[in-house]
Design a protein around this ligand. Structure first.
Ligand code: F6P
Length: 549
């Protein structure tokens, strides 16, 4: 298998990077009046504009050549056909099967997954209908009012991001709450105002061994049983979503209340499975299916479109170009729709837990920059927090701007202002403003020569900051499903280009293991003598002060 850096297109791109860095994006627009048309895609649910990037036709052509030299299309087919491309865990990667509503049989090593998936989807429908119609009764015979999802990472971020994004589509039959942090403050804040007799807990954990989740679930169980005064209440107020049925049963959850997960669905790609139960409970089963349909539409686009018209492929190539070839070490995700306020946190796990690695498929140290760190905030809030940095720091941060033509709220007179900022920011980041223009503007305002000489250099914006724009028609369950799948497939492609295994997460094991050992040291009365002096003395200080009450 050829090393990436030895590929013909890789070498070409390295030389392009050496020359293009002396160019300005606005020059590329001057050179090609049709640039927007040549560097954008208009898909069913959104317009994808990638023209404000520092790349020209030849570079884009060589990026597509690189995708072909990396045999992306072959890898794509391997994923869709269930090959065990998660090589270090020897698993398939088939979250796409969860939203393939066409019901064509998908076989994985002789097993027809479609029937398993249909059973799971029907279980989601039956359960969510029963709870939403008030036919699921608690221990006192009352219907359920509040749902508490206990889970972390992919067992929390996906469902929470979606229910927050689609809040306007909820009939609010149920109140949905999330507990993910093991800090007792969070579960206390959630449970205090709730009525145990009308609260249902979903314990979401693929492994059913995540200490944070188990700790929260135990506290929730004690909260319930101390109110209901009997253990039998558990069967009426606890369900589990897990691939580890044994642990869930040992924890005390009835077998018929356990929703299956499969090892071919990664945690951070699992909201389409029963991990997405909070979505079906909050919005109703039909809207949950619309979400899946949107994702499936993107799956078809990704699988069937030529690379040159393929949004996930282009997004991944641009991220590769900006980070690995042009050297940007971070990428901002800047949604302007308030409903998408949890999207960045979701994508942080999706992107950084998938590709935040430095060893390739063969266990060799990777000697080129891999993925950027992902960060961001709702756009308008960001404009008043870190856009100074985006515009005038000497670190160039490529950014994805995500907005909608139509707002989901009925409040009038706000959306045009929001979108004027949305369009202005990518224009300003690209064009900047040079000192000549700054001086002209200050003179026009009647400023003195002395003032202008002092201030002008501080008002220059170099511009040349690359951005992608994703302009949704409107946030709907379907368009959100497409948007999430767009990023899932972008992450897959990026991993192929980098020769990274995107579907394991060995980097979370060390911290977990150390924490378990330190927890037992904390519980022991004696001062500890292990670890380095910093860790040791911090722990001893904690033990000493916490004893002082
Ligand atoms: O962050 C590590 C991780 O394993 C994620 O991949 C996963 O989504 C999360 O922890 C929770 O794991 P589980 O669903 O098994 O509790």
């Amino acid at each position: 298998m050829s090393k990436r850096t030895s590929l013909k297109s890789w070498k070409l791109l390295e030389s392009h990077a050496q020359t293009i860095k002396y160019c300005h994006i606005k020059q590329l627009f001057d050179d090609n009046p049709n640039r927007f048309k040549d560097f954008s895609l208009n898909l069913n649910e959104f317009l994808f504009d990638f023209s404000k990037n520092l790349l020209n036709e030849q570079i884009l052509k060589d990026l597509f050549s690189l995708a072909r030299e990396c045999e992306l299309e072959g890898w794509r087919e391997k994923m869709f056909k269930g090959h065990r491309i998660n090589t270090t865990e020897d698993r398939s990667v088939l979250h796409v099967a969860l939203r393939d509503r066409a019901n064509e049989a998908i076989f994985l090593e002789g097993v027809n997954l479609t029937s398993q998936i249909n059973t799971a989807i029907n279980q989601i429908k039956k359960f969510s209908d029963k709870v939403r119609t008030g036919n699921w009764k608690g221990y006192s015979g009352k219907p359920i009012k509040d749902i508490v999802n206990i889970g972390v990472g992919g067992s929390n971020l996906g469902p929470q991001m979606v229910t927050e994004a689609l809040k306007q589509y909820s009939d609010n039959k149920l109140n949905i709450h999330y507990v993910s942090n093991v800090d007792g403050t969070q579960i206390a804040d959630v449970l205090t105002p709730l009525d145990p007799s009308q609260t249902l807990f979903i314990v979401s954990s693929k492994t059913f061994s995540t200490v944070e989740t188990m700790t929260n679930a135990k506290t929730a169980m004690n909260w319930l049983t101390s109110a209901s005064f009997n253990q039998s209440a558990i069967s009426k107020h606890f369900i589990a979503v897990s691939s580890n049925k044994k642990n869930a049963c040992e924890f005390g959850i009835e077998e018929e209340n356990i929703f299956d997960m499969w090892d071919w669905v990664g945690g951070r790609f699992s909201l389409w499975s029963a991990i997405g139960l909070p979505i079906a409970l909050d919005l109703g089963f039909e809207k949950f299916i619309e979400l899946l349909q949107g994702a499936h539409e993107m799956d078809l686009h990704f699988r069937n479109s030529p690379l040159e018209e393929n949004a996930p492929v282009i997004m991944a190539l641009i991220s590769l170009w900006n980070c690995t070839f042009l050297g940007s070490q971070s990428q901002a995700i800047l949604p302007y729709d308030q409903p998408l306020h949890k999207l960045t946190a979701y994508l942080q796990q999706a992107e950084m837990e998938s590709n935040g690695k430095s060893v390739n498929w063969f266990g060799e140290e990777i000697d080129y920059p891999t993925v950027p760190s992902i960060w961001g905030e709702i756009g308008i809030n960001g404009q008043h927090a870190f856009y100074q940095y985006l515009h005038q720091s000497n670190n160039i941060v490529p950014a994805d701007f995500i907005g909608s033509v139509k707002s989901v709220t009925s409040v009038q007179g706000h959306h045009d202002t929001l979108m004027a900022n949305f369009f202005a920011q990518t224009e300003a980041l690209m064009n900047g403003v040079d000192e000549k223009q700054v001086r002209t503007d200050l003179m026009a305002k009647g400023r003195t020569k002395e003032y202008i000489n002092k201030v002008a250099p501080h008002k220059v914006h170099k511009g040349n900051r690359p951005t992608n724009t994703i302009l949704l028609n409107q946030i709907t369950p379907k368009s959100l499903g497409s948007l999430i799948a767009l990023y899932e497939h972008k992450i897959f492609c990026h991993g192929i280009f980098l020769q990274i295994c995107s579907f394991d997460q060995w980097g979370v094991e060390l911290g977990k293991g150390l924490a378990n050992n330190i927890l037992s040291e904390i519980k022991d009365d004696k001062p500890i003598t292990s670890h380095d002096s910093s860790t040791r003395e911090l722990i001893n200080h904690y033990k000493l002060v916490s004893k002082q009450g």
